[in-house]
Every structure is written in structure tokens, then in C-alpha cells.
Design a protein around this ligand. Structure first.
Ligand code: 3H9
Length: 698
């Protein structure tokens, strides 16, 4: 008997129970177990219907992704599905948690589906760079129609039980306990003499389908998921369902699934899936480290960043004080939050009542005294050490002993802030990315004295507020911004050497980044980098190459999008950018001033110069232990900097093209452009020993 799947009869209904924590994924053992149990149930003459149900936190969450890189072993999921679908007595899937991927496909082999109201159903395979491979693309359109199926399969986004019922994906919602509800449903079928209802035998919804829906979907996902192959292939599969019989469709789906599975895109996207989860594992902070309850919070500084951070708490149902030094600042901050939520209401993301309830959780204050009982404070005031220290001194005086005191600094030394108060172990960096209510990344910055439970609590909190947390060490810029510096540096040098901002941005955009470096700088505000460069000017070696183009743009009072002009000119109404001839003339002038002969630069060189600069700095960060592992850097870049998930982040990308190749190009740039391109020792070492970043552990 299987250890992970059991069979027992309850009167005239047989129950197949999957119990394979954590998520009942369809590992070999689970496939074997379901097959055996289903055979037993089918052969059991005392039962006239079967129920498939899971224990633990969820219904089957899909194929076991860890098996994708191994040789496949029989029984395949197809065998399980064929057996269930072909059963002569009705089989009912009973869903709680999430029925995802192969899990949902298994339910589509069942003849009926019931679920609890909190359940969700989805085919998220495209997020892993693949298409559903066990009949999902052929059965779902037959059940709910190709248009609704396209939405679910090409987006990969699961639907709630209520929506699934509306679509006809579910037959019934069980209010109350699932198993008794599913058994009652099965007994009802028996009483009414309803036998198996096989999706493979349904064809009315896939006949005479207007081909325009597929063209529209290709266009939509070409934009929404630019560069991603799987959504396009998923659309092909659904279209096939409308053109062939089910067996031919299943065979074609399998072929496309296999091709996607072995593609670099899928390997990269699966890498990101596991990297995100690995990032939460900190060697010296074990899983059972006690965490503190975060039931209330306070944010200091009601600027754009502070307001955005506060929204994360309110949206998660956690009351949050928003504090500022002036009433005016506070009013402005609250107004921005209100405007953001109101736009969510307008777009149908929340109701007016939900907005009102969420806004009621945001409590404006001008007084530190109000923060005495909060569980966490996040400071988001101006980036000046003295100002931050003053804030922390006030917090030290007023906050309860167990309060976590966090800073959102992106550049300052957290150890210095921590050492300026009486409880440095309570201090941690929580570095949000702008816009803080939207960007998923949270760099969790560990100071020298940060307590372990403060780290564990920060990870738990990041999940609660729907962020992807990654632990980083203290250094200038931490991981993300520190790597961005050489990337931006190269994008600037290229302007002197012969490229235009638009050419650089286009090459990087086509590589897959959400936007090019110059468009990104304009969006962030050119004054931000200018201020940092002015601070660094004193310590910059006199003979180091330096590009002054951005400084000169700022000197002209142009700070990017917010002032309507930066590297580009922005239309005030549409925010659409056009090239600025004055900036292009400035590039030529600066080249002349620095004695640089301008030349034609290829897009391939632009990509190598910018992306390899990221990788080389990433290697240094890794070697210094600022990031625990290469995959953490990849998560930071995928979630915070718009690096295409289908390339798996900069370090995985380096592994994919080969460390030796990257090293060779970095050496060539070193030779040509000098000291700023000095290869990171780790890059050299890995190249010479034929290893990868993913092999590296410090
Ligand atoms: C598929 O089905 C292909 C078929 O069409 C064709 C087949 C032929 N496999 O996320 P969590 C692990 S493709 C293996 O922290 P949550 C995860 O790594 C699959 N492992 O929990 C983690 O391990 P650890 C389509 C898996 O409660 C632990 O479980 N399905 C899988 O926040 C807990 O995960 C998907 O893409 C898996 N399928 O979220 C669903 N799933 O503790 C992917 C999870 O060692 N999974 N693990 O770090 C999810 O979206 C979320 O895990 C889920 C739970 C929502 C289920």
C-alpha cells in the first residue's frame, strides 16, 4: 500500500486520499499511489462512486517540479488520468487550497469537481516556462470554452472558486466541511443515476470558434508577457483544441510541453521559482526560530516611499501609523495613498467599502508618543545619516522593548545607525523599491548585531505583505543598487563612445529588461544619482574614467520624467518620450572633451557591456558574502529591476551562456577600457575551474 495515497470505502462511495506534504505534488510516489488506489476503487464492487481528496494545506499543486530535470519514470501522469477518466463509475474531485497544473488536470479527468469557497483553480505552467502537459489545454476549452480557457492558460493566473463555478469548471461549492460535502454530492449522483461525464466526449464549445480570439490573445500576451515563449505556445495549444480531435490534440500538447520543458526559458523560470523559495532559507536562522507578532506598524516619513510602504501594511490588514514632521507633509502623504487606492477602486481591484476599511487602518500622526506600542517601525526619511540617527534616537526613547526598528535606507551604513542607539540588535534594514506598494522585492539588510528573530520576523512579514524577501549584507547600495552602478556607468560610457540613449535603451529593452537604463534613470529621477555622485566625488581617483553627461543634464535643471526632460523629452499629457537632440549633442561634445573617437556600436556590444558589468559586480558581491548565494541575486534582479525571468536573473544568465565566455569578454573589456573592468576574482576562478555561479557556496 502506498504511503502517500490511501483508499477506503465510506458506504457506497470510495475515497482516494492523497497525503504528501507540503503541497501534494504529483511525485512518482503520488502518481503510483493514485493509480493503485483508483484501480482498487474501480474494482471495489461495494462502491458506486469515487471521491479524490487531499489532506494538508492544499489539493494537488501540480507536477513535482523537482522531477523535471530527472529522467521521467512510469507511471506518467497520463496513465493516471486515462484510468480515472475511463472509470465506469463517477469520480468526484474534492478541492481545497489550490488545484494547480497537473493537479487541476487530474480534476479534469474526474467527472465532477466540487470545492470549498476558499479554493482556487489554475494552470500556472506558463510561469514555469511550459504549457500544461497532461491535457489541460485540450480539456479545459472543452469544458469552459476556448476564450475563458485562453485567459486562464495564457495568463497562468488561478481563479477563485466562485469564478470557477460561474465558468462551469466547478460543479458545486461545498459550504462547510469538504469531505462530507463531496460524499453527499457523490451520493446524489448515485441516487440520480448520473454516471461518468467525460470532458473528452464534449465538443460543442470547441466547434466553429472564431480564429480572431487567438490572434487577439497572441497580441495581448505578446505585450503583457513580452519575450516569453510559453504563453504563445499555450495559445497555440488551445487553438489546436478547436481544430483537432482530442487524441491528436493531446499528442500535440505533449510535444509542445516537451519542447518548452527543455528550453532555456523554462530552465530559467524554474530557477527563479526555486530561487525565490531558497532565498528564505538562512543557514544560521533555522526555520523554527521564534518570530514576533506584527500586529501594528509605523512608518516615519510620509513621502512617496513612506506612503507606499504604509500601503503594504494597510492592504494586509495591519494598522499602520504614518508619521511626518509637518501636518502639510502628512496631508500630502495621506492624499497620495488615497489617490492610489481610489485608482484601484476605479480599476475594479477593490470596492469602495474595502478602500474605506483599508484607509481606516492608516493613522496619521505628528507625534512619536503614538508609536510607543507598535511592533515595528520603518523609517523612510531623507537619506542623511544625521537625520536618520535623530529619528532612531527618538524611537529608542519611546518604542517598547520588543519593537523592530527598521530603516529603508538604500545607501547608508545600517551598522552605524544601529550603534547609535541602545538596542542595535533590534535594528534591521528593510529596503523597499519604488513604487513601494507595487514592486515585489524587499531587501532585508542584516546588520552586524541584528538579532536572528528579527531576521526571521522580517521574512515572515515580507510574506504577509506579499513581498519577496532576500537577505543581504551591509555595503554601499547593498546588492541591487550596488550592481546597478556599473551597469549605469557602462550605459553612460556607451553614449560617449557613439551610441544614443535611445539605441542603448532599445538594445537593453530587446534583451528583455523592463526598460533601458536611461529611461530607468529618468523614471527614478536623475537628481538621485547626481546627489550620490557628488558625495562620491571626493574619493573618486582622479585618473578614473568618468562620464559627466548625466551631471550636465541635471545642471540644466532637468531631472527626468518629473521635470519633463532628462535623457528624453516627455510629453506632459501622455508621458511618452522622444529623443532630445540637445542630449545627443551633449554626448558628442563630451566625447570630444574627453578625446573619445565616436564609432558605430552594435546592439550586441551594448548588451554585453551593460549586462556583464552587472555580472562582474554580482561575482564580487557573492565572494564578499553580501549575498548568500547567486540565486538570491537573481531574485533581486527579477523582482526589483525588471530583469527578464525567462533569462533567470544575471547570475543564471551567466551560467547559461558560460562563465568562460563571460570572463573572456570581461577580460577583453578590461584590456580595452581599463581598471573599472577588472575581472572579479570569483569570475576568474570559476572560469578557470569550469564551474558555475550556481555551484558556488562560500
Ligand atoms: C505541472 O503541473 C505540469 C503539468 O501540466 C504536466 C505534467 C506532465 N513541485 O510556495 P511554498 C514546494 S507544472 C515541487 O513555499 P505556499 C516549494 O518548493 C506545476 N515542489 O508554499 C516549497 O519547498 P521548500 C504547476 C513544490 O503555501 C514547498 O513546496 N504547479 C511544488 O506559499 C512549499 O511551497 C505550480 O506551478 C511543486 N509543484 O504556496 C504550483 N510546489 O519548503 C507551484 C511547491 O523546500 N507552487 N513546492 O522551499 C505554488 O504555486 C505554491 O507552492 C503553492 C503553495 C501556491 C502551491
Amino acid at each position: 500500500m502506498s504511503e502517500v495515497v490511501t483508499y477506503n470505502a465510506d458506504g457506497n462511495v470510495g475515497i482516494i486520499t492523497v497525503d504528501s506534504p507540503p503541497v501534494n505534488a504529483l511525485s512518482l510516489a503520488v502518481r503510483r499511489g493514485i493509480l493503485e488506489a483508483a484501480k482498487t476503487g474501480i474494482a471495489d464492487d461495494s462502491v458506486q462512486a469515487l471521491v479524490l481528496i487531499c489532506t494538508g494545506r492544499t489539493f494537488i499543486a501540480g507536477a513535482d517540479i523537482t522531477e523535471f530535470d530527472k529522467a521521467p519514470e512510469s507511471p506518467w501522469l497520463d496513465e493516471v488520468i486515462d484510468l480515472i477518466e475511463g472509470a465506469a463509475k463517477p469520480v468526484v474531485a474534492a478541492i481545497h487550497g489550490t488545484a494547480l497544473g497537473g493537479g487541476l488536470e487530474t480534476t479534469l479527468a474526474c467527472h465532477y469537481r466540487v470545492a470549498v469557497p476558499s479554493a482556487r483553480c489554475g494552470l500556472p505552467e506558463v510561469s514555469l516556462g511550459i504549457v500544461p502537459g497532461a491535457g489541460g489545454t485540450q480539456r479545459l476549452p472543452r469544458l469552459i470554452g476556448p476564450e475563458a480557457a485562453l485567459d486562464m492558460i495564457a495568463s497562468g493566473i488561478p481563479v477563485k472558486a466562485s469564478k470557477a463555478l460561474e465558468l462551469g469548471l466547478l460543479d458545486h461549492i461545498v459550504e462547510g466541511e469538504l469531505l462530507p460535502g463531496a460524499l453527499a454530492f457523490a451520493r446524489n449522483l448515485i441516487e440520480e443515476g448520473k454516471g461518468p461525464r467525460r470532458i473528452r466526449e464534449m465538443s460543442d464549445k470547441v466547434q466553429d470558434v472564431n480564429a480572431a480570439i487567438f490572434e487577439a490573445a497572441r497580441k495581448l500576451y505578446g505585450k503583457k508577457r513580452r519575450g516569453f515563449n510559453a504563453p504563445q505556445r499555450a495559445i497555440d495549444c488551445v487553438e489546436i483544441a478547436t481544430k483537432t480531435d482530442i487524441d491528436a490534440g493531446l499528442a500535440k500538447e505533449r510535444e509542445i510541453f516537451e519542447a518548452c520543458l527543455h528550453s532555456d526559458q523554462s530552465k530559467a523560470q524554474r530557477h527563479i521559482f526555486f530561487a525565490e523559495r531558497t532565498a528564505t532559507k538562512i543557514p544560521d536562522v533555522p526555520r523554527d526560530t521564534p518570530v514576533r507578532d506584527i500586529k501594528s506598524a509605523a512608518i516615519i516619513g510620509a513621502g512617496t516611499m513612506g506612503g507606499g510602504i504604509a500601503m503594504n501594511f494597510a492592504s494586509a490588514g495591519i494598522p499602520v501609523f504614518l508619521m511626518d514632521a509637518t501636518q502639510e507633509g502628512l496631508d500630502r502623504g495621506i492624499a497620495i495613498i488615497e489617490k492610489n487606492y481610489a485608482s484601484g477602486v476605479k480599476k475594479g481591484r477593490m470596492t469602495q467599502e474595502q478602500m474605506d476599511a483599508t484607509m481606516a487602518l492608516v493613522r496619521p500622526t505628528l507625534s512619536y508618543a503614538d508609536l510607543a506600542d507598535v511592533d515595528i517601525v520603518i523609517e523612510a526619511v531623507f537619506e542623511e545619516m544625521d537625520i536618520k540617527k535623530t529619528v532612531f534616537k527618538e524611537l529608542d526613547a519611546v518604542c517598547k522593548a520588543s519593537a523592530i526598528l527598521a530603516t529603508n535606507t538604500s545607501t547608508l551604513d545600517i551598522n552605524e545607525i544601529a550603534d547609535s542607539i541602545s538596542r542595535p540588535e533590534q535594528v534591521i534594514g528593510l529596503h523597499f523599491f519604488s513604487p513601494a506598494n507595487i514592486m515585489k522585492l524587499l531587501e532585508i539588510v542584516r546588520g552586524e548585531k541584528t538579532a536572528k528573530d528579527v531576521i526571521a520576523t522580517s521574512f515572515k512579514l515580507s510574506k504577509t505583505i506579499r513581498k519577496v524577501g532576500v537577505l543581504v549584507g551591509v555595503c554601499d547600495g547593498f546588492v541591487g543598487n550596488r550592481m546597478v552602478h556599473p551597469y549605469i556607468r557602462e550605459s553612460m560610457f556607451l553614449l560617449e563612445e557613439g551610441a544614443t540613449p535611445a539605441q542603448v535603451d532599445k538594445a537593453i529593452y530587446e534583451f528583455g529588461m523592463a526598460m533601458g537604463p536611461h529611461a530607468m534613470s529618468d523614471l527614478a529621477g536623475l537628481d538621485v544619482g547626481w546627489r550620490i555622485r557628488k558625495r562620491q566625488a571626493e574619493t573618486r581617483p582622479a585618473d578614473e574614467r568618468y562620464c559627466a553627461i548625466a551631471d550636465k543634464i541635471c545642471e540644466g535643471g532637468n531631472y527626468g520624467q518629473k521635470s519633463g526632460r532628462g535623457f528624453y523629452i516627455y510629453d506632459p499629457a501622455t508621458r511618452r518620450s522622444t529623443p532630445d537632440p540637445e542630449v545627443e549633442a551633449l554626448c558628442v561634445a563630451e566625447a570630444g572633451r574627453n578625446g573619445i573617437e565616436r564609432r558605430a556600436i552594435s546592439d550586441a556590444e551594448i548588451v554585453e557591456r551593460c549586462i556583464y558589468a552587472l555580472i562582474n559586480e554580482g561575482a564580487r558581491i557573492l565572494e564578499e558574502g553580501i549575498a548568500l548565494r547567486a540565486s538570491d541575486i537573481d531574485v533581486i534582479y527579477a523582482y526589483g529591476y525588471g530583469f527578464p525571468a525567462y533569462r533567470g536573473g544575471p547570475m543564471h544568465y551567466a551560467d547559461t551562456i558560460g562563465i568562460a565566455r563571460v570572463y573572456e569578454r570581461v577580460c577583453a573589456f578590461h584590456e580595452e577600457h581599463g581598471v573599472l573592468w577588472e575581472p572579479a576574482p570569483l569570475l576568474k576562478q570559476l572560469a578557470e575551474t569550469d564551474r558555475t555561479f550556481s555551484d558556488f557556496t562560500k
